[in-house]
Design a protein around this ligand. Structure first.
Ligand code: WQD
Length: 350
């Protein structure tokens, strides 16, 4: 049975009175104590939306949930989900909770099938039991694998190249069939490379577990004896290093809010890329971070990482057409907010 610790902001007294009327409707955000989840929660609450977070804190940080009630438990616990949906009058869900390490997924596939796929089925059944009809899912550009061409549109072939990516593609198919059989309407958001931190500096990425490029670059700038291993400079790209679509986490947060609005307005189920449409190389990131920090980033070029696509970046047209969304920020804002956040964390722990 899940451990259930309710942490409510002081101002949220509506649920404590003895004669509680039906509370206002809330959005349930699973994994809302994680990186993208916490930024989405923050953006939602600052936009005046009511949110309740469900997170096991296995990988999330309770301190990242700054202005919403947090229920600590597993999103695959159907009884707990039904209880939260009832107590908070939940009418829609944003589902972030998942394991996300590509490398780990190849060594421990069962852990990923159980948590990311079976766990989501349990969540979906509980949500439908609670009468929910709208579901936004945290998917990934990794469902495309190594795309045959760039920019990548939603009609590109689905070709996952890791168990992690396959779990994202499988949940998208599960959602399709929940739509056919149960009338659930969903939007699967295929993120490109999430990076950066909230502009107000209140939350950011926990670099403890991350092996992604931007936090690695930040460690090289802020921690002694850290440097970046650049995985290959012999690609057929302008500077020889691999190209990705780095998207600010606050832009991703905004994309989720617009997806919720789209569904609330009656929108049909779909899958949508969230990317800037701009490709940046590894050296572009390193140079931008160096400019933001006013310091050189120590790095060395090593061999390519197996499975890395040479270049992938989004065709963002559908997000604009369907959601009215486009990225507001670029690489400069990403590295500046990331650097400010991680420097604050390092100085605060000194
Ligand atoms: C970025 C670039 C590396 C580390 C990630 C997620 C994936 C999906 C998209 C969410 C690559 C290079 C990296 C390092 C390097 N997001 N690099 N040295 O692999 O593009 O995919 O974002 O689902 O799930 O994994 O991200 O940050 O690992 O790599 O040279 O130490 O930086 O080769 O070109 P990736 P990444």
């Amino acid at each position: 049975m899940a451990r259930r610790v309710m942490m409510r902001p002081p101002q949220d007294r509506s649920l404590r009175s003895s004669t509680v009327s039906a509370p206002d409707e809330h959005t349930l955000v699973t994994g809302g104590a994680g990186y993208i989840g916490s930024h989405t929660v923050r953006a939602m609450t600052q936009a005046g939306r009511r949110v309740v977070v469900l997170d096991s804190l296995e990988l999330g940080d309770a301190h990242a949930v700054v202005d919403a009630p947090l229920v600590v438990g597993d999103s695959s616990d159907g009884d707990l989900v039904r209880s939260v949906c009832s107590e908070y009058n939940v009418n829609e869900v944003v589902h972030f909770a998942a394991y996300k390490s590509v490398g780990e997924s190849m060594h421990a596939p069962a852990k990923y099938w159980r948590n990311n796929v079976a766990g989501t089925v349990e969540l979906l059944d509980a949500c439908l039991d609670a009468g929910l009809e709208r579901f936004v899912f945290s998917s990934s550009c990794s469902v495309y694998g190594n795309p045959p061409r760039v920019p990548v549109a939603e009609q590109a072939p689905i070709g996952p190249e890791s168990v992690y990516a396959e779990t994202k593609a499988m949940v998208e198919r599960v959602l399709h069939w929940y739509g056919v059989t149960r009338g659930l309407r969903s939007v699967s958001l295929r993120y490109f490379n999430a990076a950066g931190a909230r502009f107000d500096g209140r939350i950011g990425e926990d670099w403890t577990y991350s092996i992604n490029l931007v936090p690695i670059v930040m460690k090289a700038l802020l921690l002694p004896d850290h440097s970046v291993s650049v995985f290959g400079d012999d690609y057929e790209t302008p500077d020889g290093t691999a190209i990705r679509d780095y998207i600010h986490v606050d832009d991703l947060a905004d994309g989720h809010i617009r997806a919720l609005d789209y569904l609330a307005g009656g929108g049909a189920s779909t899958a949508i890329n969230l990317g800037t449409g701009v490709g940046s190389s590894v050296l572009d990131v390193i140079n931008a971070a160096s400019a933001a920090a006013g310091a050189a980033v120590p790095y060395e070029v090593v061999g390519r990482r197996a499975g890395d696509p040479m270049a992938t970046y989004a065709d963002p047209a559908t997000a604009q057409e369907v959601l009215g969304w486009s990225a507001r920020y670029g690489l400069e804002e990403i590295v500046r907010t990331a650097y400010n956040w991680h420097r604050q964390q390092v100085e605060g722990s000194a």
